[in-house]
Design a protein around this ligand. Structure first.
Ligand SMILES: Cc1cc2nc3c(=O)[nH]c(=O)nc-3n(C[C@H](O)[C@H](O)[C@H](O)COP(=O)(O)OP(=O)(O)OC[C@H]3O[C@@H](n4cnc5c(N)ncnc54)[C@H](O)[C@@H]3O)c2cc1C
Length: 367
């Protein structure tokens, strides 16, 4: 099958490599864009997909433990991979490192041009791509993996539902005095969730979801940010210092229920951008890529796209719900809510069955 892929971010690049491996002829278009450096938690299912296409990230650290708790409250839940029956939950890696490896792998496939127009399949012909050079291409299937950046999906009537979380994420890196190898943290502070991922032996990447005004104030004043981080972080990590500039990203959910038209399918952030607190955006998108690659081996492109989305839907909907609910669940600064979540976490920590289910949902093993 001839496949045109628009966008060489992680989703477009990985889809290109996986489809080429299945024998399809792929053209990948991306004029390249600078993206912020962030820390990514790649789940075990994402790592298997990467391994299948010959990508084995050496940088970063395996995730073996995730400690979930709320600042100032006694209850906590420690998810430990071997106790849940796995050697690791996944791997934390810097997004630029993943981009670097993928850029190398797709170097001979990518054409550095922007796509200016797309058209769905009609009764008379294949879907159509128009490049900024004026060239027209008419493959059997177009995969739009533009990250929702280009407006091409709107031009074919795929309008996304946009919902602001009224939150801004601050992203950065810290050097810590007493790291715990392989342990990630999901910490609820009262002002918003803070996720910490071990990127290097003594360096953690953080994503902190905050009210926009608070995020802006902290971004402007490094000493205030350091003080706030010291108060928010678990004590066991010891003293900290910032090791890079902090980046600010407004958090908006973008969602299209059926992101496909005849001959065209939208994958990745363009089809769904979810809350980053659970570190699932890319993992979720790649679960969709895997379903599509498998389905395309069986049938015509439009049937394959429909079937892939139908089989992926329960997992897609659940991941969206879980990611948005975490922020809301811990958002209320009420004593009754705090007592409930504290007791809930303490009880949950006693249940191996629950901990296994939570970790496997995060790993994308169950829907
Ligand atoms: C704070 C934060 C933390 C996150 N943490 C995690 C995590 O821990 N784990 C996880 O799984 N996910 C995480 N995510 C989500 C993850 O970063 C995204 O899901 C992923 O980057 C989306 O990749 P993409 O390829 O869809 O889009 P992008 O990376 O945006 O790529 C889109 C590409 O399309 C190209 N393009 C655009 N327009 C055109 C055009 N007209 N023609 C040709 N090319 C075009 C662009 O140049 C770009 O390269 C996080 C997100 C945020 C914001």
């Amino acid at each position: 099958m001839q496949i045109g892929i628009i966008g060489g971010g992680p989703v477009g690049s990985i889809a290109s490599l996986a489809l080429k491996l299945m024998g399809h002829t792929v053209r990948l278009f991306d004029p390249t864009t600078q993206k912020p450096k962030m820390s990514l938690a790649l789940s075990e299912t994402t790592l298997s997909l990467l391994e299948n296409i010959g990508v084995q990230p050496k940088a970063g650290q395996d995730l073996v433990e995730i400690l979930v708790n709320e600042k100032g409250l006694p209850g906590s839940m420690l998810l430990n991979a071997p106790e849940c029956g796995h050697s690791r939950f996944g791997r934390a890696i810097c997004s630029h490192e993943l981009d670097r490896i993928l850029t190398e792998q797709v170097a001979d496939m990518v054409e550095p041009v922007a796509v200016t127009q797309v058209r769905a399949r009609s009764t008379t012909g294949n879907p159509r791509i128009e490049l900024e050079t004026g060239e027209i291409s008419e493959p059997d299937l177009v995969i739009l993996a533009d990250g929702g950046r280009s407006g091409l999906s709107n031009s074919i009537g795929m309008d996304a539902q946009l919902r602001s979380f009224d939150r801004t994420a601050l992203l950065g890196r810290i050097h810590v005095e007493a790291p715990v190898r392989g342990r990630a943290y999901e910490r609820f502070i009262g002002t918003g969730p803070l996720a910490l991922l071990p990127i290097d032996p003594e360096v953690y990447g953080f994503v902190w979801s905050l009210a926009p005004r608070e995020a802006e104030a902290l971004k402007q004043a490094t000493p205030a940010l350091l003080d706030a981080l010291c108060l928010a972080l678990p004590r066991e990590l010891g003293r900290i210092k910032l090791v890079c500039d902090v980046v600010k990203i407004p958090l908006i959910e973008r969602w299209i229920d059926q992101p496909y038209r005849p001959g065209i399918v939208l994958l990745g952030n363009g089809a769904q951008t979810i809350h980053p607190v659970a570190g699932q955006g890319l993992n979720l998108a790649l679960r969709g890529v895997s379903r599509l690659v498998d389905a395309l081996a069986m049938g015509d492109p439009d049937t394959a796209v429909r079937e892939a989305f139908m089989s992926w839907k329960p997992n897609r909907d659940l991941t969206r719900l879980a990611s948005s609910s975490l922020e809301t669940l811990f958002d209320r600064d009420l004593l009754s809510r705090k007592l409930l979540t504290s007791v809930g976490m303490a009880l949950g920590d006693q249940s191996s069955w629950l901990k296994r289910k939570i970790s496997e949902a995060g790993m994308g093993i169950i829907s």
